[in-house]
Write a new protein. Structure first.
Ligand code: ATP
Length: 440
């Protein structure tokens, strides 16, 4: 008689009862007259046991089973001192739902150094993600995204989904993908920047978007992808950059509290790191202050107006030592490293009203007040050598009344990389896209 499916996590609640389990045959240990299988499902795993005396034909089926086949088994849940978790299931029926061929990469590595190279793991991502600690990254992702969206909604933000096909590159520069669009050229959106600002002109007041961002960057760093998911936010009637900084502080405090409360224990068990809820206010440093600190620490500076990854890491260490904080806002970026639409300081036109936020020494956000006055925008675009025709449609958004506004672009894969101490955003991305990777 078919019994209801039970998840492996709940087996202990069914001791003495017949249950059905479904999942993957993670390991199979055949000892002749007795065999053991570790069955893994989405919640946990459990040992299955079958002996010749109990059922010789089921034992034979188990002996013919290949590792990682998908199976359905029925049997009795029982306590067991030897089995992991103190429980096991003595099975009396097995159905192979899908037989697995020889595995291209192991799901269970017998020795530590058996982990294949990341590129091989990405080739077989669907097998790689069966490892519970890899799958778990997407539980973290789900909670981060949920909390981010919840925070925005509670704060009366509207959710938008802006188009990813554009008639001109959204951020200019050379980092765009050009695609055929019937008889014309189109460009994949490098950020929802222009269209989220359009929502300000439309009177939406506050918007957020979770969506795909495309960057034709030939970067092979642990923090760059050519396609990634961005969290974008834009809000109206701000007084200055500080309003954006304090909003992001509150948002991250909310997100980190949620992740710590829901997954903090499992994160420290699996990844050996604590989710630290950041105290408000976060430390802030101007670029000038940052450069002084870095030079005091003998960190080489490639540019006086920007920070390299090495400098970002050193600033992360500095703020940890100095303030016991994992975040730091870096302000007062020069116009030389910022786009034309960032608003500039009244008292110093070479400095933008923008910031980057670093988490554990890695940039995770760029924030800025935007220039909403069309004549100044035109001037700033011209100064940057941007073809007027390509941004006219954008500057039009501000011709018919648009409130002062600003916003930010956040990289969730970088947040998760840093939160779990992963080597690269490749690990924190469901299917990574880089200059040399378009499949699977
Ligand atoms: P970087 O200087 O590290 O290349 P950026 O200044 O180009 O980043 P922004 O254009 O300001 O980044 O994008 C906003 C946020 O989006 C960044 O702070 C980061 O978290 C994320 N991000 C940017 N580029 C990438 C990328 N190629 N892959 C993954 N995340 C990215």
């Amino acid at each position: 008689m078919a019994t209801e499916r039970v998840y492996t996590r709940d087996v202990s609640e069914h001791i003495g009862k017949q249950i059905t389990l479904k999942g993957w045959a993670e390991t199979i240990r055949d000892q002749g007259k007795i065999a053991f299988v570790v069955l893994r499902d989405v919640t946990d795993n459990v040992q299955l046991v079958i002996t010749q005396n109990d059922n010789a034909s089921v034992l034979k089926q188990v002996q013919n089973l290949s590792t990682e086949s998908v199976i359905e088994v029925t049997g009795t849940a029982q306590e067991s001192d030897q089995a992991p978790g103190g429980r096991e299931v003595k099975i009396n029926a097995i159905t192979v739902l899908s037989e697995a061929a020889d595995l291209p990469i192991p799901v269970v590595e017998k020795e530590e150094d058996q982990t294949p190279h990341i590129s091989k793991r990405l080739d077989y991502r669907w097998v790689d993600l069966r490892k519970p600690e890899n799958r778990f990254i997407f539980e973290v992702w789900t909670e981060v995204e949920k909390a981010f969206e919840e925070f925005c909604r509670q704060d009366n933000f509207l959710e938008i989904h802006s188009p990813k096909i554009m008639s001109s590159p959204s951020e200019g520069g050379s980092e765009y993908f050009e695609v055929n669009y019937f008889d014309e050229n189109a460009y994949l959106s490098q950020s929802p920047q222009f269209y989220k600002q359009m929502a300000m002109a439309a009177g939406f007041e506050k918007v957020f978007e979770v969506g795909a961002v495309f960057r034709a960057e030939k970067s092979f760093t642990p923090r760059h992808a050519t396609e990634f998911t961005g969290f974008d936010v834009e809000m109206s009637f701000i007084s200055d950059l500080s309003d954006l900084i304090t909003w992001e502080e509150r948002m991250l405090h909310y997100v980190f509290t949620h992740v710590r409360d829901t997954l903090g224990n499992r994160i420290s068990e699996m990844y050996g790191t604590e989710v630290v809820v950041p105290e408000i206010p976060f430390p802030r440093l101007t670029m000038k202050e940052a450069k002084e600190i870095l030079s005091g620490r003998n960190i080489p500076s490639k540019s006086p107006i920007d920070v390299s990854p090495e400098e970002e890491r050193a600033l992360g260490e500095y703020t940890r030592e100095q303030y016991g904080h994992e975040f730091v806002f870096l302000t007062d970026y020069s116009t030389g490293v910022r786009p034309f639409y960032h608003m500039r300081r009244e008292e110093d036109n070479g400095i933008t009203k923008s910031a980057d936020l670093l988490y554990r020494g890695l940039e995770i956000t760029t924030l800025a007040q935007r220039e909403h006055r069309p004549e100044i925008l035109e001037k700033q675009a011209e100064e940057k050598g941007i073809d007027k025709a390509s941004v006219d449609y954008y500057i039009d958004f501000f011709r018919y009344g648009c409130p002062p506004h600003g916003g930010m672009g956040i990289g969730p894969s970088r947040i998760i990389k840093q939160m779990l101490g992963l080597e690269s955003i490749r690990e924190a991305t469901y299917l990574f896209r880089g200059p040399k990777r378009m499949s699977p």
